[in-house]
Write a protein that binds this ligand. Structure first.
Ligand SMILES: *Cc1c(COP(=O)(O)O)cnc(C)c1O
Length: 365
């Protein structure tokens, strides 16, 4: 009875929660170093935590229009509140955008390696994924997207891109807008890069920009994202979304976060500083190649041993991301944590290398 294309679909591989990881590593939660989800290692704003505890109206449905939150976001982003739509994570907005623009059989352009939710939600919505691989430097192949554009409806561009860390330059976004496709620029890591095309929203009928509270604001567990849209698209998205999609606790926490920007920007600054330190330490390991990153993670090319590295770290309670896909089989992605997490992951990588010399090395030694 199940739609056959969904019955055979692979599905998204999500992360396990920290308590499950602790059990797996035989360490307990406190012993886990979690560098697999690009989450904020400093936690959420203390004001957000208090706001959740003190909110008096959990017995009532939450604001379906998220009025207070969108008004605060208007001043945070410079985009008027009428153009801002909230999602239960930006993941929900990806899904709602596809529901709005894609009919069964329509094509959606995906530029791998990139965020796995784009092809996932496209397939769930009955769309057809057209892959236009990124170039060797992980830049978007704008000319190839242009060639694939006729007959397609939407293109997703994560900038900075997950998992590669690079920003797509504004001139590339402008060229993509020329194709007439719906161009969704996913700025989940904007606060770590400082680069945005949000000021262009409303100037182009086909530009939409997504953001989230999951990464910089430490609210991944509460699921709060938002998008900035041309006005008619915002109206349509407000109409088709689940009415009470952002729960009351999430709204209270996001509002309090936007009133605690000094604190949160302090943690962003600490993470950006630590990104530089992690990069230098990774560069000192000559057997892997870290890629420059504008986000809060670093992609490394390891070679055929990548999966073994991931497994070795897991056994030692250090969780990083490994993608079992053809393009990323030889890579690992490490989220930027606190300084002590950097020290632990570098130490473990050194131990791995001592315990498991690479093929050929054993004889050379
Ligand atoms: C993490 C991530 C998201 C998901 O954000 P949520 O708001 O937690 O759903 C979206 N896009 C990219 C590129 C991400 O890396």
């Amino acid at each position: 009875m199940i739609r056959p294309e969904l019955a055979k679909m692979k599905g998204y591989i999500p992360l396990d929660p920290v308590d499950v990881l602790g059990k797996q590593a035989g360490k307990g939660v406190a012993g886990v170093i979690k560098l697999d989800g690009n989450e904020n290692p400093y936690g959420c704003s203390p004001r957000a935590r208090r706001a959740i505890a003190r909110f008096p109206y959990y017995n009532y449905y939450p604001d379906p229009e998220q009025r207070e939150l969108r008004a605060l976001l208007a001043s945070y982003t410079g985009v008027p509140a009428e153009r801002i739509v909230m999602g239960a994570g930006s993941d929900e907005l990806i899904d709602n955008i596809l529901r709005l623009f894609v009919r069964p059989g329509d094509s959606v352009i995906n530029c791998p390696p990139t965020f796995g939710m784009y092809p996932f939600s496209t397939e769930v919505c009955g769309g057809v994924v057209v892959g236009v691989p990124r170039k060797a430097d992980f830049g978007v192949d704008v000319a190839a997207v242009g060639r694939a554009a006729s007959g397609a409806r939407v293109v997703f561009i994560a900038s900075p891109n997950n998992p590669t860390g690079n920003v797509t330059p504004r001139e590339d976004i402008l060229a993509l807008l020329e194709t007439g496709l719906v161009v969704v620029v996913d700025e989940a890591y904007y606060e770590f890069s400082g680069e945005t095309v949000a000021p262009l929203v409303g100037k182009y009928p086909n530009l939409m920009v997504l953001r989230t509270f999951s990464k910089w604001a430490g609210l991944a567990g509460l699921r709060v994202g938002y998008g900035m849209f041309p006005e008619d698209v915002a109206v349509a998205l407000m109409k088709i979304k689940q009415p009470y999609n952002i729960n009351a606790a999430a709204q209270a926490a996001a509002v309090a976060s936007l009133k605690d920007l000094d604190y949160l920007q302090g943690t962003v600054k600490a993470i950006v500083k630590e990104r530089g330190r992690l990069m230098k330490r990774l560069q000192s390991l000559k057997w892997l190649t870290p890629y420059p990153s504008e986000a809060n993670f670093i992609l490394c090319r390891v070679g055929p041993e990548a999966k073994a590295v991931w497994q070795y770290l897991r056994q030692n309670g250090i969780f990083i991301r490994y993608f079992d896909s053809p393009a990323l089989r030889e890579y690992i992605r490490i989220s930027v944590g606190k300084p002590e997490h950097t020290d632990a992951v570098i130490e473990a990588l050194r131990e791995f290398r001592k315990a498991y010399p690479f093929k050929g090395e054993r004889m050379a030694n």
